[in-house]
Design a protein around this ligand. Structure first.
Ligand code: XLS
Ligand code: NI
Ligand code: NI
Length: 446
């Protein structure tokens, strides 16, 4: 490391909850503490998103970037290299084990793809060197196929065959990169894989091309012996009016249509869930039920602005329920929690980069603690088991065993009076469960 990019910041320590004031310390995240049979770092597998943390200028559609960064003033490959040095200092001081990047986050584009790849490889050589002297791993890498104007109408779903070829070449390099840096996953987020208007779109043809593209990618990964997990990241819209990988359920249907369930899993993001009209927990539950939970992009949206804001996660209820699903899943396997999040435009100093990650990590660590306690006491399991217990014996068990039909069931209920059938249902006690959840959060974190 040539110079310190964050000279005023040391390694972020774990201090526990002795102070009410937050600072450059963790109050809940104690990386090596074993809870629920695993170290916290292994439950949570935190990852820093290269684009937001080292690329963001913190601009918005009405205003220029506000970010003050140690590499301001540099350009081109000098900027790219300074960011690598700064990034590895940041990872080390924050105490994370993983990072994620798009190809275009780490190096500038040249005039041809060949020149672009050369720039990219110079930077990934630096990654590989740093990986030898640190414990840092790549959670996933991906191809940015939405910024360059050639992707105006999509990448693999573009109406233009040459653009499909460019996308293929870019993902080929992406998978080679994944193998080179040992990425545990490779992600496809279909930034512009959707449409703006059906008036000019052949939806079936675009989806067929996209399905074919994912199969070609899986074939190439196999051919080069890349063994990481391939992931699709659903999002309903933005920048397109409609994105084909709308949400977990839609993407699973797409995967089944194009024979991708054996080779791909899902990467799910909190803010994307909200844009699709779901909770984060819903999306994770859908994936988990289908055995397709791959990895998580950790961020949150805002009730007051309906857009992909990529806020750092600070909502304890959301992180508790997300971690509840992760605990039920037995962990995240090769996946992790990638902070696809940026500080607000008004939080523009370099130490905000630390504060933002610290609150995200602590909020997920706190959520993990509550989730494990809920699970240990079987609070929800017992309630849910009782709620469905009529399927454990008698006619319920017969239905599940396929031993009943419409005629036999008709026979069973045709003469039963209304007063009698009311006694067959039970209250869901939603509010009572929420009160219990409040108690668990307050008591576990005190
Ligand atoms: C955008 C997506 C993007 C992916 C990676 O909304 O979340 O950041 O995670 O391309
Ligand atoms: Ni997003
Ligand atoms: Ni994302």
């Amino acid at each position: 490391m040539q110079q310190a990019y964050f000279p005023n910041i040391g390694k972020v320590p774990y201090t526990g909850t002795s102070s009410l004031k937050a600072g450059l310390n963790f109050q809940y995240y104690d990386a090596d503490e074993v809870i629920g049979g695993k170290k916290m770092r292994d439950w949570l597998r935190f990852s820093v998103a290269y684009w937001h943390t080292f690329g963001q200028k913190l601009d918005d559609i009405f205003g220029d970037g506000t970010a003050i960064r140690p590499w301001d003033g540099l350009t081109g490959m000098d900027l790219a290299k300074a960011r690598v040095d700064g990034a590895f200092e940041f990872f080390d001081k924050l105490g994370v084990d993983f990072f994620c990047f798009h190809d275009r986050d780490i190096a500038p584009e040249g005039d041809t793809l060949r020149e672009t790849n050369k720039n990219l490889e110079e930077i990934t050589d630096m990654f590989v060197d740093y990986q030898k002297t640190s414990h840092m791993k790549v959670l996933w890498n991906t191809a940015n196929m939405f910024t360059n104007p050639r992707f105006v109408a999509g990448a693999a779903s573009s109406p233009f065959a040459d653009v499909f070829a460019f996308a293929a070449a870019q993902v080929k390099e992406g998978l080679d990169t994944a193998k080179k840096v040992g990425a545990e996953n490779y992600v496809f987020w279909g930034g512009r894989e959707g449409y703006e208007s059906l008036l000019n779109t052949d939806m079936k043809r675009e989806q067929d091309h996209l399905g074919q593209f994912f199969n070609m990618a899986a074939d190439y990964a196999k051919e080069i012996g890349y063994t990481g997990q391939l992931l699709l990241e659903p999002k309903p819209k933005e920048p397109m009016m409609h994105q084909y990988d709308f949400d977990a359920a839609t993407t699973i249907a797409f995967m089944k249509t194009y024979g991708l369930e054996g080779t791909y899993k899902l990467n799910l993001e909190g803010n994307h869930a909200n844009l699709a009209g779901h909770t984060y927990q819903h999306e994770i539950r859908v994936a988990r039920s289908a055995n397709l939970l791959g990895s998580l992009d950790a961020n949150q949206g805002d009730k007051l602005i309906g857009w992909d804001l990529d806020q750092f996660p600070t909502n304890l209820y959301e992180t508790t329920m997300a971690m509840y699903e992760v605990v039920e899943n037995g962990g995240l396997g090769k996946g992790g929690l990638n902070f696809d999040a940026k500080p607000r435009r008004s939080s523009f100093t370099p130490d905000d980069m630390f504060y933002a990650h610290i609150v995200g990590m602590d909020t997920f660590a706190a959520g993990l603690k509550v989730a494990l306690k809920l699970k240990q006491d079987k609070v929800l399991e017992n309630f849910v088991a009782d709620r469905y217990s009529s399927y454990d014996t008698g006619v319920g068990a017969n239905i599940e065993a396929g031993k009943e039909d419409f005629k036999s069931l008709n026979q069973l209920v045709i003469d039963r009076p209304q007063s009698d059938i009311r006694s067959a249902t039970k209250s869901g006690h939603w509010e009572e469960l929420e009160a219990t959840l409040n108690r668990y959060i307050i008591d576990t974190l005190k």
